[in-house]
Design a protein around this ligand. Structure first.
Ligand code: S3P
Length: 445
């Protein structure tokens, strides 16, 4: 699918973005392992999240989905209740599904095969496989288990003490989930704080654990698993990663003012707001509250003049998924924006250091790749270009936002991938555009 985007006048209005992807995946996983019926609201009805649902259905968990696909009833089978799937589990494009599922599968006394699409088959799995093997799981796959398809023979896990080699919430979460099935006290040491939705989910479901500084401990009181936990209802906030496209659009398009309601404001995810504020953005937060253990609130954005800054160190895991759209903002900032310590970008849905820099250069921006990030020189009047998403949803959406301020039409190829995280992105954006009905956006071919 192709999207064409033309320069736009200011964006005005009030919007809501769909539910948070990370929390949606976890809500299904924890619900499936609980003892009874859970209700999930504002679930993200995206391809990735339904991959997680299908994996659990394949292991005998009943999931009812509402007609608008945003509410789920998940009938948990308990910690010992999953059944051996008859076929290979397929995660599509979803890194969160495969990595967190590996943690759960490692604890199951049966054999599973798990795989995904071409992008998933290129993404490193050793970071999860290594510690799970240390816990006792037998996992095989290409290049000593680094790449899917993977075969897991689990059960009989023992607790380990493990320092994560990279700050990765996916690895941390896989180990916390495996720890539910391991004898003893599993200790996970994080080099830098990463998103803490799994810890919050443990809290919400009343599963005991401790977190002191950067050490997480999960203790299983019985031989091979915790005694089980009760179901819970989960109300998911809007996804700040999805909101980021509109936050940046509202900042860089002249004469804009947007209110985005009910966005997740978990401090491990709000690096984008801190960085944009440090660059000079006019962003105000209101209506803050916490539901289901996750903070949320409304974000108001107005057109702002930006200056370049250096982004690196501890903040990187707090904004790792937002770097493509931060790069678009950086093209409009006065001076240099330097992104450091972001080597992880190279193993996302695409090699994002290279996809971002190639995209920016095609639009006429000054961008230079570095081994662990990039340097962007602004401000620059972007020109329209033909952009290939390389199957990466966040690249496709970032290019669409760039198209709104480019001199001429932007054509984005291969935009099917947007539905992995943000179904309805094009409709939401075209609804926001002021110059109706000549839909500048959403001219899909
Ligand atoms: C996620 C963690 C991050 C992030 C991904 C979702 C999660 O990946 O990039 O989109 O839900 O735990 P890493 O943990 O690999 O950094």
């Amino acid at each position: 699918m192709q999207l064409k985007v033309s320069p736009s006048a200011g964006l005005k209005g009030e919007i809501e973005v769909p539910g948070d992807k990370s929390i949606s995946h976890r809500s299904v996983m924890f619900s499936a392992l609980s003892d009874g019926k859970n209700t999930i609201t504002n679930f993200l009805p995206s391809e990735d999240c339904f991959r997680t649902v299908e994996c659990f259905r394949a292991m005998g968990v009943k999931v009812n989905i509402s007609p608008d696909k945003k509410s789920l009833a998940v009938f948990g089978e308990g910690l010992g209740g999953l059944k051996e799937p008859k076929d290979i589990l397929y995660v599509g494009n979803s890194g969160t599904t495969i990595r967190l599922m590996l943690g759960i599968l490692a604890g199951q006394p049966f054999q599973t095969m798990i795989t995904g699409d071409e992008s998933i088959k290129r993404r490193p799995m050793k970071r999860v496989v290594d510690p799970l093997r240390k816990m006792g799981a037998i996992i095989t796959g290409k290049q000593d288990g680094n790449f899917a398809p993977l075969e897991v023979r689990g059960g009989n896990l023992s607790a380990i003490e493990y320092t994560l080699p990279v700050a990765s919430a996916q690895v941390k979460s896989a180990l916390m989930l495996a720890a539910l099935f391991a004898k003893g006290t599993t200790k996970i040491i994080e080099p830098l704080p990463s998103r803490d939705h799994t810890e919050r989910m443990f809290g919400h479901f009343g599963i005991p654990f401790t977190k002191e500084n950067n050490i997480i401990s999960v203790q299983t009181p019985h031989a091979a698993s915790v005694p089980g936990f009760l179901p819970a209802n989960i109300e998911i906030p809007g996804d700040i990663s999805s909101a980021s496209f509109f936050i940046v659009a509202g900042i860089i398009i002249p004469d804009s003012e947007i209110l985005i309601k009910n966005v997740g404001l978990n401090p491990t995810r709000t690096g984008i707001i801190d960085v944009l504020c440090a660059m000079g953005a006019n962003i105000a937060i209101s209506n803050e509250k916490t539901l289901s253990g996750e903070p949320r609130g409304d974000i108001r954005i107005k057109t702002s003049k930006l200056k370049g800054i250096t982004i690196g160190g501890e903040i990187i895991p707090r904004l790792i998924d937002e770097i493509p759209i931060i790069a678009i903002a950086a093209t409009q900032a006065e001076g240099q924006t330097v992104i450091l310590d972001a080597k992880e970008l190279r193993v996302k849905e695409s090699d994002r250091v290279s996809t971002i820099c190639d995209m920016l250069k095609k639009m006429g921006a000054k961008a230079k790749e570095t081994p662990d990030g990039m340097i962007i020189e602004g401000p620059c009047r972007l020109k329209g270009a033909e952009i290939e998403s390389r199957g990466d949803h966040r690249i496709a959406m970032s290019a669409a936002i760039a198209g709104l301020i480019a001199k001429d039409e932007m054509v984005i190829e291969d935009t099917e991938c947007i539905k992995t995280s943000f179904p309805g992105f094009d409709i939401l954006l075209s609804n926001l555009l002021r110059r109706q009905p000549t839909a500048e956006f959403g001219d899909t071919v």
